[in-house]
Design a protein around this ligand. Sequence first.
Ligand code: SF4
Length: 273
Amino acid sequence: MERHIFFKVEQDRVLVPVGEPCPFGCRYCYTRDGAVGLARVEAEDILSRLQVFARETSFETIQLGYDGDPFARPLRGLAMLEQLASMHKHVNFSTKALLEGSILDALSTLRHRMAAEGKTLSALLSLSCWDSAPVVEPHTPSPQERIRTVTNLARIGIPVFIAMRPVLPHIAEREYERIVIEGLLAGCEGFIVGPLYADKRGRFVRFIPPDVLAQVPSRTKPVSWSAHAPTWTRYEDPDRLERLLQMIEKQGGRAFQSSAEVMRLLEHREVMA
Ligand code: SF4
């Protein structure tokens, strides 16, 4: 099994899969057919393969969670993070889960342990809409619950950034504005905007009105950040992107166009124990 788990260093970071199908079922989700990784693989297999990769390759940061949500099953996600933290790298995880109680306490302990070694534990919390969430992300923790996660993580000293991606072409600007306002009140340190992807069957974009999607500039090419390099169509409207970046800054937030930029920022930050 291990030989099918691929890693790739891109901009000094390595993306690590969760290895389980995600139950949240966001309608734009591109992980469901296994194009960015095996649908199901034991955590031990991922971690042992990563340890071999780390001995052969240089990188600064591990990002957990591009193929699923590590905290869809919190104890499994936490166990993976604890193993990753022992590799003496900065560690980041992506989630849409509501994190509180004993899981939050364990993350606080882990953050302190890593800080004592000069390493940062950080989080990306994903939000792609606000009022439209019951339709677009019907089985995912609500935006309000996700904002509670931001508040909780910020309170225990974990830097949290909100990934506003994919930017959805049929979602109104005011929903993104609400995300930024709520995120800043919750202690979020910045916002990452990102594209919408579609495979050649268009499965991740079927819920978007076709006439709206047809207006969005797109390019079809291999995805650079994935070790599996699926060829997908990337939808991204540069004018809308610019409007969103300006709106974030106008609200007093920091705007980023990729999580790699955020990882670089965190790598150079002094870690507070
Ligand atoms: S939380 Fe992420 S991995 Fe899970 S369904 Fe939504 S987009 Fe897919």
